[in-house]
Ligand binder design. Sequence first.
Ligand code: G6P
Length: 608
Amino acid sequence: MCGIIAAASNRNVGKLLVKGLHRMEYRGYDSAGIALHQDDQIAHLRTLGKVKLLEDKMIEEKPKSKLGIAHTRWATHGEPSEENAHPHKSNERIYIVHNGIIENYLNLKEFLKKEGYAFSSQTDSELIAHMLEFFLNQGNSILDAMYLTKEKLDGAYAIAAIDKEDDKNIIIARSKSPLLIGIGTDELLAASDPLAISGLTNEFIFLEDGDVAQISADDFKIYDDSKKQVEREITHIDISHEASSKGDYRHFMEKEIYEQPAAILNTIDGRVGGDDVLDNIFGLGSSEMFSKVKRIQIVACGTSLHAGRVAANWFSAISELPTQVDYASEYRYKNPHVDQDSLLVTISQSGETADTLAALRYAQEKDYLSSLTVCNVPTSSLARESEYSIFTNAGPEIGVASTKAFTTQLAGLMLLALSLAKSRDVNPKLRTRVITAMRSLADTVEETLKLKDEILEIAPEIASKDNALFLGRGIFYPIAKEGALKLKEISYIHAEAYPAGELKHGPLALIDEDMPVIALAPESEIAEKLVSNLEEVKARGGTIYVFSDPSISMELKSGRIIKMPKCDFLLTPIIYTIPLQILSYEVALLRGTDIDQPRNLAKSVTVE
Ligand code: G6P
């Protein structure tokens, strides 16, 4: 989704800003642009498509500048085009970049049109440039103009603006959309994502909602919502080059799939001891709080929601707690009834997903016992606003399609199920069994990755089809859903998932030789039932690909059975996810799609 980078420096900033845009490409975008202060003028370049095209334009025009703002846009209001790309400007004076959505933009646009402002884009963002200029023309300073503009805006925003009349300062503002300051050696920077400026600094200041800041090459001042100058904490984050580069892999997604054994170890490391989970790993006082929990409400989006659906089974089986799982985008619109002693659990890779954050903020007004997040980014809004948290420590995930974030979320959620059970003093033997299995989980994942050669043999058969059906039962239904999501996200093959027992209630009508069926058959009491469901597919000439426990016997006329490594049943959802990720990746590779940045999708969805 949209990305902002801005720099005020003692050296030229053109290259540095473009490099920052490249680093944010993983978020998903459709156009890019830059505005650079140059000899009392502003060089303004925008392109539709990849940042590389903007870079080519920069090489051609060679603008030199020590102050600038740049942006990658993911279209919300108005189609992807050069005119709609940021920065937007007002009367060749004010240039702005914006992330988020201005909800009252139609009214504000009307107001500005009456004041004589002409709009050259279909975006909601352009009005911010005009509004700032409108207030500047009334004799306000840029700082005051930003506060007056803020008063008018409803919605979410991170803004960076420059004024042609001022070649020293950048003004930035944040409300419900991430924005931070980076303290570099030769410059001060602003960005929506620490990764964008990670090569230039490891010292970041995360702005709070309502903050406005003024940045020059050597100094910065932060003001809170009431315009009082404030100090904000400096956070030190080391983002290693290795973590944010592809290395020898063809795509970030491929790298992230094969990083999973190490990532899972990082999630578990230091959180289990002896044959149980350690106390208070979700924050001081969490173990005591857990003993009071009577019910769990999970909210999340996309892949993270699938992790929540698996975890609901664990909370029931291990912690003996009822759990409700909702799409974050739906949760607050259903007027949820909140039982006292309910724990709200949010799950998010980025910690910035607008719907999940909005659900947390909505829930904080309700009668929940507490809130807890399972998140990969410790500095994210979700991490800062939740009472308790566990960080999955998976390292930066760059590929839009989530892989290691998902399996580490599952590992973190299993730790939560065990911690709840420990605090509630239930299932001690089961806890020991699971902890023992968790200790060898990374090795089992490593072994599962070796299935790649077998998967390579079936990938061409799936890649030649336009549809696919995924089947799973019980705890494997969410894994089937995750498999279908991965395949459609990166290969653009239409894929659906069903609990296998539902097959005969509709989807069976779709079965023919062009509808591959991918089934998950781990060893369990429902495996036999699943085998019967697959017989129904076989009888109708469907091709079946089964990932199964070695103990399951089945004969197929067409398709293939791939035997999975042995693992404790409760952890099998993590293991069975791996071949589905590899399959999607290899199919997408054959279909030649843009795997790390699939069309229309964004990594971090910061608009509702
Ligand atoms: C986007 C990403 C998905 C992700 C979802 C939720 O749609 O493309 O991969 O699962 O957002 O993101 P979160 O950061 O909250 O896990």
